[in-house]
Design a protein around this ligand. Structure first.
Ligand SMILES: C[S@@+](CC[C@H](N)C(=O)[O-])C[C@H]1O[C@@H](n2cnc3c(N)ncnc32)[C@H](O)[C@@H]1O
Length: 308
């Protein structure tokens, strides 16, 4: 007779097979994704995140002028970046993803605490900056936020280092347009730069702190290593690399039912590469001190290292 464990294992494998089969059939995958999406929006709104209202407001603002001010028309996108992400067929290169990015971050991070609305996202970001702030022995004057998206991580850096000159770098001109508009609303002096995090074109050896927040789970390993190399190039000797992303060793991921992980991977094409990257070794090999690791949420880790 099969034990409970093996029958559970069997039904879990069946669920993974069924989900992989479903996702392989394009029209079915589209229906599944649409339904999953509707659920996410509904749950977000029930949790106090006004998803559709946020989108409507950004849509009405017409961000074309922000786009024109930011976009680098000569930029060539790496092939890996042009794949579907987060159930958007055009990945991060479209307006819908940009309008929804803030609400999506709030919704995903809401599960990290028992409070509702944007508290989960706020706590996650504050947990990150708190995790490195007391270890950073200087007042950073120049900061780069690699993979800044719509600016949530960049504005958090500005909150804790209001005197610093801060540059946010991202490959999506749509996300940067939202960041640019939000920056104007906040009277922020953050500079937004449309370039790849691995080839920013920013001057070498001039920066005190480089932050990489929630980016590496979206990168193939080769790109992640190139971004670390670029971070080292940008920093002054003794400058700080701070990093935050999912913690593959956390119980939440270790005990996640395989079919849930399969669904997650269907929207995050490089998750396996991120989970199998020896991040601490990669940071040290890129010319940094061995990083200090802290756990800033039940699912996230913060790493801090200094440029040698
Ligand atoms: C999950 S978002 C999070 C970003 C943001 N730092 C935050 O904390 O909310 C990841 C971002 O990384 C950007 N990204 C991915 N690969 C990149 C690359 N090679 N160069 C620059 N940005 C990249 C994406 O466009 C996206 O905006």
């Amino acid at each position: 007779m099969a034990s409970n464990g093996s029958s559970a294992g069997m039904s879990s494998r069946l669920a993974v097979t069924a989900i992989n089969g479903l996702l392989a059939v394009k029209p079915l995958a589209a229906v599944a994704k649409r339904q999953a999406r509707q659920k996410i929006v509904k749950r977000a709104e029930a949790n106090g995140i006004p998803w559709r209202e946020n989108v409507r407001q950004l849509q009405q603002q017409n961000l074309q002028a922000d786009y024109d001010a930011i976009a680098n028309p000569n930029l060539e996108y790496p092939e890996y970046y042009c794949r579907p992400f987060h159930a958007y067929a055009e990945g991060n290169l479209n307006w819908q993803a940009a309008w929804e990015a803030e609400s999506a971050a709030m919704a995903v991070h809401a599960i990290l605490c028992e409070e509702t609305g944007d508290r989960g996202d706020f706590k996650l970001r504050r947990g990150y900056t708190k995790a490195f702030r007391d270890r950073v022995e200087i007042a950073p004057q120049r900061i780069v936020d690699l993979g800044c998206s719509v600016g949530l991580s960049t504005f958090e850096l500005e909150e804790i280092y209001p005197e610093a000159e801060i540059t946010g770098v991202d490959l999506s001109p749509y996300f940067l347009s939202v960041a640019h508009r939000r920056g104007q609303e906040r009277r922020s002096s953050i500079q937004w730069r449309h370039s790849a995090a691995e080839t920013t074109g920013l001057p070498a050896g001039k920066w005190d702190l480089v932050s990489i927040c929630l980016v590496f789970h979206e990168l193939p390993q080769q790109a992640a290593l190139a971004v670390l190399k670029e971070a080292r190039r940008l920093l002054k000797p003794g400058g700080y690399l701070t990093f935050m992303d999912m913690n593959p060793q956390s119980e939440a991921y270790k005990t996640m039912p395989p079919y849930v992980l399969t669904l997650l991977k269907s929207t995050e094409p490089y998750l396996d590469e991120y989970f199998s990257l020896d991040l601490e070794g990669a940071i040290a090999s890129a010319g940094f001190t061995p990083p200090t690791v802290r756990f800033n949420s039940p699912r996230h880790r913060t790493l801090i290292a200094r440029a040698l």
